[in-house]
Design a protein around this ligand. Structure first.
Ligand code: HEC
Ligand SMILES: [Cu+2]
Length: 355
């Protein structure tokens, strides 16, 4: 029997269309219902905005060149086309003209210099920006095929869903990202917030974002990194400062190891978890599980998606995932653990307590 197709949370399309501007604006109003289509033409953060304006400038110059060259070509084609009364003589041949030679050398050089300087200016202003005092620091660790977000200032570890405070102009709280890889090359890209930044093993790269409106922004790994590269999605939740503080507070809590009066199914599920290889790959703070190979599960249920955005985090999907991750994300690095249906049921009851 064929597996029912899950609604895909990936980009509806990565198409860069001008028509996406009004829809992105509209979408930002209902953003908590549905994240807007990521488009470089709807920037919501300073680095993305600078890149957007540079892109428009470059496009305008290229459009100007296109119109002039194309116009002259069309003009010449019509003006000098073969007419009935043509006497077949060769037109006047002109060899060497200093003015023409100079014009078609100097003008393109000037254009290239202008494009180079404006690009260099934007690169400088994005890359060399210094973190202000109130900046949030996040260490992004890219894994095949999921994201780890560490907040050293708060002792919080999030997975696949990055939460940051909104950054008001005048009183900005930008987020500075340190990008590391646990395995191969990846690339961090949230089109509406910043340009792509490669993530390379044994190298430390940086980027930053200062999202100016509340909402959810979609991103994706932008460097081919293996089988499930296309399903290495990420979501950035831009929240009010109060909501962000609440989220941090909630994420700092550890899971209770053995609360009194606990549902027996949950206790049984915890035993399954603690006596299976799960603990070697996953951390649940407050328990013996301290694996680092897979995502931290301490606050699993606070995430909206599973498997780096491939499916919504529902009880059915969670069960399907733990039963056989390959059914959802073929080739991913979590093995099926061959649990019995009863073990699975107990385990899911336990995982559902991880809020
Ligand atoms: C060999 C290491 C390994 C073992 C053993 C393992 N996992 Fe995983 N697990 C992973 C990896 C890697 C991922 C991330 C997969 C991805 O998104 O590509 C993952 C993802 C998950 C997720 C989804 C997390 C999220 O937020 O997307 C859950 C839930 C999970 N594992 C539960 C379990 C449970 C329960 C067990 C034990 C029955 C287990 N895992 C055993 C490596 C492992
Ligand atoms: Cu990747």
């Amino acid at each position: 029997m064929r597996r029912k197709k899950e609604p895909h949370l990936a980009f509806p399309s990565l198409m860069i269309t001008l028509s996406s501007i009004p829809s992105a604006v509209a979408a930002s109003l209902v953003i908590h219902v549905r994240p807007s289509t990521p488009s470089i033409f709807a920037p919501a953060s300073t680095p993305a905005d600078e890149i957007y304006r540079l892109a428009i400038f470059v496009l305008a110059i290229c459009m100007g060149i296109f119109v002039i060259v194309g116009g002259l070509l069309i003009y010449a084609t019509f003006k000098f086309r073969l007419r009935g009364k043509d006497d077949g003589r060769e037109p006047a041949q002109i060899y060497g003209s200093n003015q023409v030679e100079l014009a078609w050398t100097v003008i393109p050089v000037l254009i290239v210099v202008v494009l180079f300087l404006t690009t260099a200016r934007v690169i400088h202003s994005v890359e060399d920006a210094r973190a202000p005092a109130g900046a949030i620091e996040v260490t992004v660790v890219a894994h095949q095929w999921w994201w780890e977000f560490r907040y050293p200032q708060y002792g919080v570890v999030a997975v696949n869903e990055l939460h940051v405070p909104v950054s008001n102009p005048g009183d900005s709280t930008p987020t500075y990202l340190t990008l590391l890889s646990a395995d191969v090359d990846h690339s961090f890209w949230v089109p509406q917030l910043a340009g792509k930044t490669d993530i390379i093993p044994n190298r430390v790269n940086h980027t930053w974002i200062d999202p100016q409106s509340i909402g959810v922004y979609l991103g994706q790994c932008a460097m081919y990194c293996g089988t499930q590269h296309a399903n290495m999605l990420l979501r950035v939740y831009v929240e009010s400062r109060a909501d962000f503080a609440r989220w941090i507070h909630q994420q700092r809590a550890t899971a209770a190891a053995d609360p009194p009066g606990e549902d027996p199914a949950v206790a049984a599920g915890r035993r399954v978890f603690e006596t299976t290889a799960c603990v070697n790959c996953h951390t649940i703070r407050g328990t013996i599980a301290d694996g680092r190979f897979g995502p931290d599960l301490t606050h699993l249920m606070s995430r909206e998606t599973l498997g780096a955005g491939v499916v919504p985090n529902t009880p059915e999907n969670l069960r399907r995932w733990v039963k056989n991750p390959d059914a959802i994300k073929p080739g991913c690095d979590m093995p099926a653990m061959n649990l019995s249906p009863q073990q699975l049921t107990d385990l899911i009851s336990y995982l559902e307590t991880l809020r």
